[in-house]
Structures are given as structure tokens and as C-alpha cells.
Design a protein around this ligand. Structure first.
Ligand SMILES: [Ca+2]
Ligand SMILES: [Ca+2]
Length: 374
């Protein structure tokens, strides 16, 4: 046995939890200080690992097309997903090289990120696919030709999700780089955003998406947002092009968020139509706002606005500014005498779909404004 003097230095190596070796200098009072520092470092590593896990995330249901040959004819129907902790991922997602899919009659609630997500151009999903922004191609890395009908999403916010630093930033129905998708006759309430058509990748679009006949109410940030969320050339710098946002009823959907508008044009919107929508603003917010840059050739007309002004956009001159006379704040059907009845733009035609939110014929006499044909 060897005696250890008070001032004698002993170096020993020991393995700690992440497999890294460290040296502990056992010398006088210095030993305690060093160990305390090591405890601090271990805590830092634990916190770092926790953050990494937050970045990894989790899904409820995920369909990934990861090969240059498309995954086709995917049906996701009548599922209920709830109380999910998702990190940076989504409750139900279709991503990559997927063609022809249907998402019907599902319910997602009480989740801390996007409820339904349809994605293109994430390079790690299919690196060997074509990354060209074309509507269809056997090998293209984007979801396309999809139908999203009759789903319900509620109580979705990223506000407590550490991956987002407390920001309310996610939509219940999100298209990020998808093409040729119809989102119809769905409901979203108590979400951050009701619907978002964005693109997170510069020079890639969300293209030819139809958002029609949906009820969207009591959402915090906005009812519908379109275009890339960033004006620059980095993440979020994509576009929304040739999309139709028609015959939706959007009520009180900027309750407590950064958009301050029932419908928000972000950046790089080109050739999109916003028609036949009822937009009842949250008091103090806009009905429709251009909150971004590089927006052109968009049509905003034949809507019914109530409680808020247009900001930065010009209406085509056929819209109505009046109380739409809805049944209630959460039942968005038209009551008798509604000024929305027969006031829609018939020229929207097939882009409004064959059926209204109830499954009734979309057009009686002339098409109504909003999701309900009375
Ligand atoms: Ca009618
Ligand atoms: Ca109806």
C-alpha cells in the first residue's frame, strides 16, 4: 500500500457515460473543484443529448417514398392519432416519392406539431430521386396526386415544443413541396395555423394544390398561409404557385399569434387564386394580408370579409363586406338570409369541387361563398 501525501498528484482515468475518457486530478481542494466541473460538463452533455433527441422527433404514421420508383396507391383512412410528442416531426406524414395517395376521415388532436404533412424535396428522403420541380415524373422526390378529404384536426400547437423554442409555427394541414393535392371538406380548429402551403426549399414550389370547402376556426396564428416563410434564398425560401384556395370558411383564426390575418400571403406566391372564401377576422386583425415579398399574379376576389381590413392586397371588386350570418362561432354553416348565398364566382367551376363541406351538391343556383352551400 502506498501512502498518498496531501499534495501528491494522482492521475487516474475513468470512463464516463458517453465513453469519453477524462483525467481527474486528485490534489487537495482542487479535486472537488475539478469533479464539480465534470458534473457540469456531464449535465451539459445530457442537455445536448436531449436536444439531439428533440431534433430526431417521432411520427404517428409516416409514409416515405425513398426510392426512384414511386410508392403508389397509399390509403390512410379513419385513423385517430392523439396525445403525441413529435419534436420536429409530424403526426401523419407522406414524404418523398409517393404518387396517388388518399388521406380520408382521419382525426388528429392534442399533438405538439403538424397534424397532416405532405412533403417534397427533402434530400435525405430520396437522394437518388430527381429533385426537379416538375408536377410528376416517376422518380421525383415529392408527394403528388393526393386527396386529403374529411379529416379533422384540433388542439395542435408547437408552443410548448422545445424544437421550436416556444414559437407557434405549425399548421394542422401542411403542404411543403407537394403537387397536385386536393385538401377538401376538412376541419381545423385550435391549431397554430389551419392550412399552410409553403415550400421550405429555395426554387422549389408547392404547386397546383386545391384547398377548398374547409371549415377553419379558432386557430391562433392564421387560417391559411401560403408561400415560402422566408423571403431569402435559404430554408423556407420556396414558393406557392398555381394553387386554388376557394370556398373555405375561416373564422377567428389569428387569435394569438404573429400573423394577425385570417389569410396570410407569405413570400413568392405566384398565380394563386383566393376566391369564394368567407373570412371573419379576429378583432384587431386583417382578413387577408400580404405579409411577405415577391408575390405576383394572384387573384383575390369574390370573398366575404367581416371584422377586418385587407392589408397589402387588392381585391378584384366583387367581394362582400358584411356579417356572413353563420349559425354560430363554431358551426360555420350559413344561416337563413346569409349574404354569402349565391354570391360566389361561378367561374371557379370545377376547382370548387362537386360537393360542399356536408357532401351536398356544391352548387345550388349560383355557388355560395364559403364551405357550405345552403
Ligand atoms: Ca347557391
Ligand atoms: Ca350544406
Amino acid at each position: 500500500m502506498r501512502r498518498i501525501g496531501h499534495d501528491e498528484l494522482i492521475r487516474e482515468r475513468e470512463r464516463i457515460d458517453v465513453g469519453e475518457r477524462r483525467i481527474v486530478e486528485r490534489i487537495g481542494d482542487g479535486r472537488r473543484r475539478r469533479i464539480e466541473r465534470d458534473v457540469d460538463r456531464r449535465q451539459q452533455r445530457d442537455e445536448q443529448r436531449e436536444r439531439q433527441q428533440q431534433r430526431i422527433g417521432a411520427h404517428g404514421i409516416a409514409v416515405y417514398g425513398e426510392k426512384p420508383a414511386p410508392s403508389e396507391d397509399v390509403h390512410l383512412e379513419n385513423n385517430v392519432l392523439h396525445d403525441l410528442v413529435l419534436g420536429p416531426s409530424e403526426a401523419l406524414v407522406v414524404n418523398g416519392n409517393v404518387r396517388k395517395f388518399e388521406v380520408l376521415g382521419n382525426t388528429v388532436h392534442d399533438v405538439n406539431n403538424i397534424a397532416f404533412d405532405f412533403i417534397g424535396f427533402e434530400p435525405d428522403v430520396c437522394a437518388s430521386c430527381s429533385q426537379a420541380d416538375v408536377t410528376d415524373l416517376d422518380s421525383v422526390n415529392r408527394v403528388r396526386d393526393g386527396l386529403v378529404r374529411g379529416n379533422t384536426a384540433f388542439k395542435m400547437t408547437t408552443a410548448q415544443n422545445p424544437a421550436y423554442g416556444g414559437e407557434k409555427s405549425a399548421a394542422c394541414y401542411y403542404v411543403d413541396g407537394g403537387a397536385g393535392i386536393t385538401i377538401e371538406r376538412n376541419v381545423a380548429h385550435d391549431c397554430d395555423l389551419g392550412v399552410e402551403l409553403a415550400s421550405e426549399h429555395y426554387q422549389k414550389a408547392t404547386r397546383a394544390v386545391l384547398v377548398r370547402d374547409n371549415f377553419l376556426y379558432d386557430n391562433d396564428v392564421t387560417g391559411i398561409a401560403t408561400g415560402g416563410y422566408d423571403a431569402g434564398n435559404g430554408p423556407g425560401g420556396g414558393s406557392a404557385e398555381q394553387c386554388w384556395i376557394v370556398n373555405n370558411t375561416i373564422v377567428n383564426s389569428s387569435r394569438n399569434g404573429w400573423a394577425d390575418a385570417g389569410v396570410l400571403l407569405q413570400n413568392r406566391n405566384t398565380g394563386n387564386h383566393f376566391e369564394n372564401n368567407i373570412v371573419v377576422a379576429t378583432t384587431g386583425s386583417s382578413t387577408v394580408a400580404d405579409g411577405g415579398a415577391k408575390n405576383s399574379q394572384n387573384v383575390i376576389d369574390y370573398n366575404l370579409y367581416f371584422k377586418g381590413a385587407l392589408t397589402g392586397v387588392t381585391d378584384g371588386g366583387h367581394s362582400v363586406s358584411q356579417d356572413p350570418l353563420l349559425v354560430s362561432a363554431s358551426d360555420l354553416h350559413l344561416a337563413a338570409g346569409s349574404p354569402a348565398i349565391d354570391k360566389g364566382d361561378a367561374a371557379v367551376g370545377a376547382n370548387a369541387g362537386a360537393l360542399d363541406i356536408d357532401g351536398d351538391p356544391r352548387v345550388k343556383w349560383t355557388i355560395d361563398i364559403g364551405a357550405d352551400e345552403r
